[in-house]
Ligand binder design. Structure first.
Ligand code: NAD
Ligand code: DAU
Length: 351
């Protein structure tokens, strides 16, 4: 009976991951530690909230006493750290919050896990700490080439720099203390339960409400999109089989410009929901400061070592995703009725 401490499990990827592993394993216990920031939403976990293997604790990964008390109460086997401030635009407005959660929170989790797992001079080898990181730590690519695990760390935004700093602390715990760790670096995820400040759910929501679709710069920046369930599958494989101390890149070679993504969403909604949703909604706005041009992941290592491959083709995944938001309008309404509107106006309308 393995016990997982999943942090940030009420967010987009964390909630998909908890659903994924509870479906896959019946003999595990999950403790979901989440602060429930604006991005954390317990509605994302409604379908498993009564599962007897699932426990929710509201709290901050920076809270030493709280995290220590969880290790005292449970013999935790795996820490999977999803908890983070995750939105680049917010990091440009407020870098410090990103340093607190993403860097100091990670160090707090590492330190308490290490103490709990220490056995005389060694650390128990059947335990593992997995840091869920991002391809953004590698910076930006030109027109060709891919990020590999040995690409230089060259982060640009306060968000990606806080994630890169956290990665280096995870590496330090491996190099210095032989702490059993892995780092995963995935490309852009899409799918159910993503907060509508991120490109895909924002565009779907704005189309349905006939609001302008804000395109930063010329819309030609490129992201490498992966269906969220394929990311969850990769993390599960890394937990079980990743070689200690290793970094694994995760991505499915699905590069699209932002305009391509937006036009696909418009096309689907116009055909299936309302013919008056069209490209006239596209509105070019000021570019993101320090906007990375292109991301592209080389996933050879995780494919060769762990046998991972993406199961959902982009053409299917994007349809599944749009359908999910259409079938879960209440979920979107609940989110966009709160602070969201003020945030949205500040970001895109300048007031
Ligand atoms: P998200 O913003 O949707 O969710 C983050 C979750 O963390 C929320 O539930 C929030 O309440 C919680 N949280 C924030 N601060 C906390 C704190 N101090 N203590 C405890 N909980 C806290 O983020 P996401 O998109 O699901 O990303 C999850 C992780 O995956 C992040 O670490 C992110 O860097 C990484 N990642 C994201 C993507 C992507 O495309 N979204 C891609 C690669 C990696
Ligand atoms: O690459 C992985 C990263 O992907 C994760 O680490 C981050 O947590 C996640 O937020 C995501 O970062 P991006 O900045 O790539 O995602 P975002 O959805 O914010 O933006 C995607 C692209 O779309 C980017 O080039 C900016 C552009 N964009 C975004 C928004 C919200 C627009 O043109 N208009 C918009 O309104």
């Amino acid at each position: 009976m393995k016990i997982y401490l999943v942090t940030g499990g009420a967010g987009f990827i964390g909630s998909n991951f908890i659903q994924y592993i509870l479906k896959k394993y019946s003999d595990i216990t999950i403790i979901n530690l989440d602060k429930l920031t604006y991005a954390g939403n317990l509605e994302n976990l409604k379908c498993i909230e009564n599962n007897e293997n699932y426990n929710f604790v509201q709290g901050d990964i920076c809270d030493r006493n709280l995290v220590s008390s969880l290790f005292e109460k449970y013999d935790i086997d795996y820490v999977v750290n999803f908890a983070a401030e995750s939105h680049v635009d917010r990091s440009i407005l407020d870098p410090e919050t990103f340093v607190k959660t993403n860097v100091l929170g990670t160090v707090n989790l590492l330190d308490i896990s290490k103490k709990a797992w220490e056995l005389k001079d060694e650390i128990k080898s059947d335990k593992k700490y997995v840091q869920v990181s991002t391809d953004e730590v590698y910076g930006s690519l030109g027109e060709t080439g891919y990020f590999t695990e040995t690409s230089h760390i060259d982060s640009h935004s306060p968000y990606s720099s806080s994630k890169a700093s956290a990665d280096l602390m995870v590496k330090a715990y491996f190099d210095t203390y032989k702490m059993p760790v892995n780092i995963t670096r995935c490309s852009n995820n899409y799918g159910p339960y993503q907060f509508p400040e991120k490109l895909i759910p924002l565009i779907i929501n704005n189309c349905l409400n006939k609001k302008p679709l804000p395109v930063y710069g010329d819309g030609m920046n490129i992201r490498d999109w992966l269906y969220v369930e394929d990311h969850c599958k990769a993390i599960d494989m890394v937990i079980n089989s990743g070689r200690l101390g290793e970094v694994y890149n995760i991505g499915g070679h699905n590069e699209r410009s932002n305009l391509q993504i937006i036009k696909t969403i418009i096309g689907y909604l116009s055909e299936n929901v309302d013919a008056s949703i069209n490209e006239s909604l596209i509105t070019y706005v000021e570019d993101r400061k320090g906007h990375d041009k292109r991301y592209g992941i080389d996933p050879t290592k995780i494919k060769n070592e762990l046998g991972w491959y993406p199961e959902t083709k982009y053409e299917d995944g994007i349809k599944l995703t749009i359908k999910w938001y259409l079938e879960n309008k209440k979920w979107m309404e609940n989110i966009t009725s709160g602070d969201y509107q003020g945030y949205y106006n500040r970001m895109y309308k300048g007031y």
